[in-house]
Design a protein around this ligand. Sequence first.
Ligand code: SF4
Length: 125
Amino acid sequence: MTQTHIDITSLKATAPSAQAAAEAAARWKVADVAALYELPFNELMFRAQQVHREHFDANAVQLSTLLSIKTGGCEEDCAYCPQSAHHDTELEAGKLMEVGAVLAAARAAKAAASMSATRGEANHA
Ligand code: SF4
């Protein structure tokens, strides 16, 4: 049996700090969130474009390539997901890909100016 190891020491925590959470809570009252939720779709799109253009090139988009490095057999029971082992979805499950194969795919995606990898099981964001 081959074991794979991924060095996660360089990964940074993504959970917001207590200060950031407090600042967000102060900025976003429930009524503010509800008002945003109730906006007509085109108004929401317009506002999103305004914010986008303040921070990014208006006509540039990031392309990403998703790679399922472990397909099917997930122990979670998310009813909508064909990766779940709890339902017969006719998905052909695959073992966790070898690190070398993942790296090769990532390099190929990077060379094609797009890269992102996902692992089809629990604890993904
Ligand atoms: S945890 Fe993710 S991969 Fe697993 S069943 Fe739920 S959505 Fe699908």
